[in-house]
Design a protein around this ligand. Structure first.
Ligand SMILES: C[S@@+](CC[C@H](N)C(=O)[O-])C[C@H]1O[C@@H](n2cnc3c(N)ncnc32)[C@H](O)[C@@H]1O
Length: 224
């Protein structure tokens, strides 16, 4: 059987297993969500990336975060738990009603509901509108919308949403390694490739792609 090119992989499985063996045990809420994601194929960030997001948000003393793509609330729980300050809040956007219901229940289980607002609808329309009213209001933005062809269109609003010194984090930016295969011209691959070029060349940002799991981007918004 022909192995699709996009499965070239990023990390050696043995290294990923080793890293997983070092990862701290998660509490029951996150642990159950990891099992549920495996069973239902929900594409969550998983503990290795969740852990890095948590370190970034804590080191930035993040109080307000925006997430695009809630799913069941797994990454949202990592994010909300890493926020500090009296007005700490995660705003997270999800188009799928079933996912939203699951996320609501999971934020409740994690006792985080009062710190989380789930906005229902399509991020393509919601993000630019939300950002217009909240320019520079967020300490961190996590871009993980399922429709990866939105990454380029949402990049500028996401940067505008950040304060100076804030972080843009975007998941799946190596897209199974396919971004490195010039023959791969699928809309997702082409968009993510373009997104990566824009992020690396944007003068407002200092960016790096971390080749962990499916690759994720960490970009710091500089003082202009
Ligand atoms: C990769 S999952 C998010 C995973 C989550 N961040 C985590 O790690 O736990 C992407 C989510 O984006 C949602 N989604 C897809 N297209 C969307 C759109 N246009 N607007 C808002 N949400 C969208 C999907 O329904 C899905 O739940």
């Amino acid at each position: 059987m022909r192995v699709p090119e996009y499965q070239i992989g990023i990390m050696d499985e043995r290294v990923e297993k080793y890293l997983s063996s070092l990862a701290r045990k998660r509490d029951a809420v996150l642990h159950e969500l990891e099992i549920d994601a495996e069973k239902r194929s929900v594409p969550i960030v998983g503990p290795l990336v969740g852990n890095v997001i948590s370190i970034i948000l804590k080191s930035a003393n993040a109080e307000k975060a925006l997430e695009v793509g809630t799913a069941t609330g797994y990454s949202g729980i990592w994010i909300a738990r890493s926020l500090s300050g009296e007005r700490k809040k995660l705003t997270t956007i999800e188009v799928d009603p079933k996912m939203r219901r699951d996320a609501e229940a999971n934020f409740q289980k994690a006792k985080l509901s009062k710190y989380v607002e789930i906005i229902a609808g399509n991020a393509r329309a919601i993000v630019p509108e939300l950002v217009k009213k909240n320019l520079g209001a967020f300490d961190a933005v996590f871009l993980d919308v399922g429709d990866k062809t939105l990454y380029v269109d949402l990049l500028d609003p996401c940067i505008s949403a950040l304060r100076t010194g804030g972080f843009l984090i975007a998941d799946n930016t190596l897209w199974g390694g396919s971004v490195a295969l010039s023959k791969d011209k699928s809309p997702e691959t082409v968009t993510i490739r373009k997104f990566n070029e824009l992020v690396y060349s944007d003068k407002r940002l200092e960016a790096a792609i971390i080749p962990l799991r499916d690759g994720f981007t960490v970009a710091y918004k500089k003082n202009q």
